[in-house]
Design a protein around this ligand. Structure first.
Ligand code: ADP
Length: 252
């Protein structure tokens, strides 16, 4: 699968002054401004309940904001949740082909795409397995592969690795950084891990407590591909400290 060639300045997502108040009166988002272009990987960190998942739901069109503007300049959005949500009775290959099937692609096309996506996440030889035969990390790779079949220009990740052990999480971070580098999509990731946010991203945004608004944006200057050892680089550590400090202030 090759990434769609668009100018690097393509803005995939533009949010202006977004507010969201749920019908029960909970104000989840306030004055949110965010742009994400192709080739940008933006991570969102913030206190629990500050509106991070709500913001992703707004971007994906699952929820409308009550004020402001949200412009999504692509038809192809990939969405990966903390749960892999694979169908237990379908093989890994059939699961990965599912979105392409729902999109009405021919059998040849969808299995062709599924096989390429399985290759990209290193699961090709597990195509015939059932989900319960995979480890947690492999199930999450299958979930990412399922979205890759649609060649999304914008990928939304809602704490995809939060339930995995530390080593698996680091490996998947490295793989995701590699996929981002090779496929060139735009990405928005919600995470609780400062290290994960800094490792993966071109930019980290910190949200305040509810109603969530963006209180800090931090550019991450490291080139891709990124090696895990980058986490011990003094510059990486200094940036992670900056994010952590902003996060602590957002909690107070
Ligand atoms: P985060 O992802 O930052 O932990 P969420 O976006 O899930 O936070 O939720 C933000 C706030 O909105 C929370 O207080 C949550 O309880 C509330 N909330 C989420 N969905 C709804 C809903 N459908 N109705 C009312 N309140 C909601």
């Amino acid at each position: 699968m090759t990434a769609v060639e668009l100018p690097s300045t393509t803005t995939l997502l533009s949010i202006r002054d977004a507010e969201l108040e749920f019908p029960n009166g909970t104000r989840a988002l306030e004055s949110v401004d965010l742009d994400v272009s192709r080739g940008e990987f933006v991570s969102i960190v913030g206190p629990s309940g500050c509106g991070k998942s709500t913001l992703l739901r707004v971007v994906s069109g699952l929820t409308d904001c009550t004020a402001g503007d949200v412009a999504v300049n692509t038809e192809t959005i990939g969405y990966v949740f903390q749960e892999a949500t694979l169908l237990p009775w379908r093989s890994v290959r059939d699961n990965v082909a599912l979105l392409a099937e729902l999109d009405g692609l021919s059998k040849t096309e969808r299995y062709g795409r599924a096989d390429i996506a399985l290759d990209l996440v290193g699961l090709r030889e597990f195509g015939k397995h059932l989900p319960h035969q995979l480890s947690g990390g492999m199930r999450m790779r299958a979930s990412v592969a399922r979205s890759l079949t649609l060649a999304p220009e914008l990928f939304l990740f809602d704490e995809p690795f939060g339930a995995l052990d530390e080593i698996t999480r680091q490996r998947l971070n490295e793989e995701l950084a590699g996929l981002f580098h090779s496929q060139g999509f735009g990405a928005v990731l919600v995470t609780h891990s400062v290290t994960e946010a800094v490792f993966l991203s071109t930019r980290v945004i910190v949200m305040s407590g509810r109603p969530g608004t963006i209180v800090e944006e931090i550019e991450i200057p490291f080139a891709y591909p990124r090696e895990p050892s980058i986490q011990f680089d003094p510059e990486f550590i200094a940036i992670a400290e900056r994010v952590s400090t902003a996060l602590r202030e957002a909690h107070s």
